[in-house]
Ligand binder design. Structure first.
Ligand code: ADP
Length: 542
């Protein structure tokens, strides 16, 4: 017997309609490329999104068409989020930090017909355009007075002019909630990027899970700053979740350095933020140097790579900001697990609480996780057994866009991450399968070594790679960036680590660098480091 509830579809347009009805006056503030702040309300965003939907119709965008964006976190990008998906087309958010060839690949693979882009990316769009025959319309997201006098792009249109010429009378269509809403490509560290195609249903369910108290804990009293880019897994779903909950939304535009973020947080009264650890490192450095602390920020959600415990401690103890460690990937929308503590942890000594917070956390409702060995056998959740992390749930990818081979194994998505799960369900990533160091048949966790050294007061950041070794196959080599003006040397690093990790884990070499290569999503590029330093132990042995 079926229930007798209405069969209303879960659609992205309903989020904006809700925000317009319930939180019409709540602000969306965005940093423009010139540094000025743009300010308007959900009422304005809804009206302009309807205009944009009419513009898209005029440009020939129909149900199922794909529309690309190359844009920062700003109000026009928010309008594209709602207008494109709302009218039944697919929003493809392109990562401008991809290599040009990869960008051409994803634009063609997605078959984007229209590209909406910020002025910053005009040269990039001019470079890719000749290689993207399906792209029919180029729209520069700018005012008419800021349009370039000439451009190599055929029929380049001005976003604001198109909006002015359109009406805001538009009725959002209703369709099946399983319809594709957005498309994001993984950054393609190995091979071509792979497309993950979200649906309206998965987007809404994910946004609700993201809002829960142990996750972002959002309400109309919050002011949310997503530092994570809107071209990276839909800014982790925050633009949707903020509109569902009526949060004031603050968008940082292109300025992601510690000083700019701190100023924005203070002037706008940000209570909650989200981003990768390198962003928080920059913010911590700024606050340490300027001897200041945030006055309204209460919590930050950190994911994308492991947040070193020392940095979690700095935020919590010195700056009064609760750090919630979360894990996810493009294929998981991205929210998979979150690390808020259980009541029983409150009585633990601070160091043990910190150790628990440093884990990637428990599965949120809707997501199931397990770990398996190389033969696919399920491993115990005892906090010790290490295996590949598998996930399943209604906002986890079942297949890649246009891919021939299946993405799932026995109904689960294999993440490529190696993890443990403790009896309370707290998952801890030991490594990505490709980053784990295989030394004489045993595994060494690069993340554990990085976390251990990150506690040293003179260390800014560190990455550990497996370097080829004539006897042990691989041995750890540490690439380390010192804080400015510090003279820490190899012996001091090894002595510090010797007190914290097993002796056989100690790196065979410590190399001091001025900086580490960061990828398209702000993560350290270990592949580049392996290419450059993977042979140092062989060279030394020769
Ligand atoms: P990319 O491949 O560009 O890094 P994703 O953003 O999809 O794309 O990366 C997902 C991966 O990032 C995960 O599989 C995991 O290895 C890593 N990751 C995400 N969150 C965390 C975290 N909190 N701690 C450690 N690793 C993480």
């Amino acid at each position: 017997m079926n229930g007798l509830m209405m069969d209303r579809q879960l659609l992205v347009s309903s989020i904006l309609q809700h925000a317009e009805r319930q939180f019409a006056d709540t602000e969306i503030v965005s940093r423009e490329t010139d540094g000025s702040l743009h300010r308007y309300t959900y009422r304005d965003a809804a009206s302009r999104s309807r205009r944009l939907a009419n513009v898209l119709a005029k440009l020939g965008v129909t149900h199922g068409s794909t529309v690309g964006t190359l844009a920062w976190n700003n109000h026009r990008h928010v309008e594209a989020y709602f207008a494109v998906s709302g009218r039944g087309a697919v929003l493809h958010t392109c990562n401008p930090r991809l290599h040009v060839e990869q960008l051409v690949y994803i634009l063609n693979h997605a078959e984007d017909e229209v590209l909406l882009f910020d002025a910053t990316f005009l040269p990039l769009v001019e470079a890719v355009a000749p290689h993207c025959p399906k792209l029919r319309h180029y729209v520069l997201m700018s005012d008419s007075h800021a349009m370039p006098a000439s451009s190599a792009l055929p029929g380049l249109a001005c976003y604001e002019t198109l909006l002015e010429e359109s009406s805001d009378a538009f009725v959002w269509p209703e369709f099946d909630e399983r319809t594709a809403s957005t498309l994001c490509y993984t950054s393609g560290t190995t091979g071509n990027p792979k497309g993950v195609l979200y649906s309206h249903r998965s987007t809404i369910l994910h946004s609700l899970a993201l809002s829960l108290p142990d996750t972002l804990s959002l309400s109309a009293h919050d002011c949310v700053l997503p530092v994570v880019p809107m071209f990276h897994v839909n800014a982790w779903g925050i633009p949707y979740a903020a509109a569902i909950n009526g949060c004031k939304l603050v968008l940082p535009g292109p300025r992601l350095d510690g000083a700019s973020l701190f100023e924005l947080m203070e002037t706008e009264g940000v209570t909650c933020s989200a981003g990768v650890p390198t962003i928080w490192l920059g913010l911590a450095q700024h606050m340490e140097q300027s001897d200041c602390r945030p006055s309204t920020m209460r919590r930050s959600v950190v994911g994308g790579s492991a947040m070193p415990p020392a940095l979690i401690r700095t935020f919590m103890e010195r700056f009064g900001v609760e750090v919630r460690h979360a894990w996810g990937m493009t294929e998981t929308s991205p929210l998979g697990t979150q690390g808020s503590l259980l009541p029983k942890h409150a009585s633990l000594p601070v160091d043990e609480q910190l150790a628990q917070r440093s884990k990637q956390g428990r599965a949120v409702f809707g997501v199931e996780i397990c770990i398996v060995d190389a033969d696919g056998n399920h491993l115990p959740q005892d906090g010790r057994a290490m295996g590949e992390l598998m996930v399943r749930g209604p906002w986890i990818a079942a297949a890649y866009f246009k891919a021939e081979s299946p993405a799932l194994r026995d109904g689960w998505f294999p993440t490529g991450d190696i993890a443990t799960i403790d009896p309370d369900g707290f998952m801890q990533i030991t490594d990505r399968a490709k980053d784990v160091i295989k030394s004489g048949g045993e595994w060494i966790s690069s993340i554990d070594l990085e976390n251990a050294v990150a506690g040293h007061p003179e260390v800014l950041m560190a990455a550990v790679i497996g370097a080829r070794h004539p006897k042990w196959d691989e041995r750890p080599v540490m690439l380390l960036v010192r804080k400015p003006g510090r003279l820490l040397d190899k012996d001091e690093v090894l002595a510090y680590l010797a007190e914290r990790v097993a002796k056989w884990w100690l790196p065979d070499e410590v190399i001091f660098l001025d900086g580490l290569p960061l990828g398209a999503t702000g993560k350290v590029q270990k592949r580049d480091l392996r290419q450059q330093y993977g042979g140092v132990l062989l060279d030394a042995a020769a």
